[in-house]
Design a protein around this ligand. Structure first.
Ligand code: AQP
Length: 332
């Protein structure tokens, strides 16, 4: 049986990349699969967070899931720290994960930067926690953006190492699902960096809470080049910023990059940006409005998390007992 697991960190500034690379794709999957969607607050604290903001962002990510179309009746929505089995499994998996595997992780290198020696153990162990999140539910598929591919491969390696060490076939090897026309949305200001919550420039991203004016302004200011749109995607080679806007359009319109090139061939970016802006406002505007309504009703949002925690916790507890038995840990 297929089981989907994925999550987003409550680190603020949820953006179009999080939506097109991950959340939007979950909406279609919930119709046909058992889905578990988490707000991964334990991941968020691998870097410093203000406690009050962390609580607010956890509720905001929950609101974004619901406003984007995730149905809490069909799916489980919960936050990671409410299910303590995530941390317990992380420890067991840490004990079988070679340091050499973690040393290869590019996200740690990027986030630790030059101050590697001062980076926290949690930031280094982040991919093991992510593996535990997925494996705790014995998930088979993980819909994520392209930037999470390396962590997913590590989760598969850890699952395989566990099965081999204990001579079992307990964990499925989780498959990444990298879906849609915009699997890595780039910054609107610099096509060599992905759109990111932690980018200092607010003009680099479309936030999920942006209103129509903010969306229009950011798209108008988005960096492009002086050439017109090409007839085919080949004409976007070495034009990172131009390619990014075309991919965003294709993803929002639920069509292909080929189709977008065909539609706008020969047009200048000023004209294209105005069409992109209308499309983005039409798609994101209703979501932003619903996020606002949900944020005004924290009791409802907390109720969703509480009920999701009960359902996720029941699965997690059952699996953790099975894992403890495999590993040889006595239970009370
Ligand atoms: N730019 C992106 N394009 C496509 N998908 C993206 N994702 C993130 N950025 C892009 C996908 O969103 C999901 C949740 O990501 P996360 O909350 O774990 O954050 P992150 O990957 O570390 O990236 P952010 O949002 O930019 O945050 P910061 O600035 O804190 O690093 C994942 O499925 C991810 O692939």
């Amino acid at each position: 049986m297929s089981r989907i697991f994925s999550g987003v960190q409550p680190t603020g500034n949820l953006h179009l990349g999080n939506y097109l690379g991950a959340i939007r794709n979950w909406v279609g999957l919930q119709e046909n699969f058992e889905c578990i969607f988490c707000i991964v607050d334990l991941h968020a604290i691998t870097l410093p967070q203000d406690p009050e903001e962390l609580r607010a962002h956890t509720r905001e990510v929950t609101a974004v899931y619901i406003a984007a179309g995730i149905d809490p009746e069909k799916c489980i929505i919960f936050n990671q720290s409410m299910v303590p089995e995530h941390s317990e499994l992380t420890w067991m998996l840490s004990c079988i994960t070679p340091l050499g595997w973690l040393n290869r992780m590019t996200q740690f290198k990027a986030k630790a930067g030059k101050h590697r020696e001062n980076a926290g153990l949690g930031l280094y162990a982040y991919p093991v926690l992510m593996a535990a999140d997925i494996l705790l539910y014995r998930a088979t598929h993980v819909p994520v953006g392209d930037d999470q591919k390396q962590h997913l491969e590590l989760a598969r390696d850890i699952a395989g190492a566990f099965n081999q060490k204990y001579g079992v076939d307990y964990f499925p090897l989780p498959e990444p699902q990298i879906l849609g026309a915009a699997t890595r949305v780039m910054s609107l200001r610099d096509g060599s960096h992905k759109m990111s919550k932690s980018d200092d420039s607010d003009y680099s991203r479309l936030n999920m809470t942006d209103d129509a004016d903010a969306i229009a302004l950011k798209i108008r200011k988005a960096r492009t080049d002086a050439d017109p749109l090409p007839e085919t995607p080949d004409g976007l080679a070495n034009r990172a910023e131009a390619a990014n806007l075309v991919e965003i359009y294709a993803a929002l319109a639920e069509t292909s990059v080929e189709e977008v090139c065909h539609k706008f061939a020969g047009k200048m970016f000023s004209e294209f940006k105005s069409e992109l802006s209308d499309l983005a406002v039409a798609r994101l505007g209703p979501i932003a409005r619903e996020i606002g309504e949900l944020k005004a009703d924290p009791g409802y949002v907390d109720g969703i998390l509480r009920s999701g925690t009960k359902r996720a916790g029941a699965i997690a507890k059952r699996h953790l007992h099975e894992i403890q038995d495999i590993v040889g840990l006595l239970r009370p």
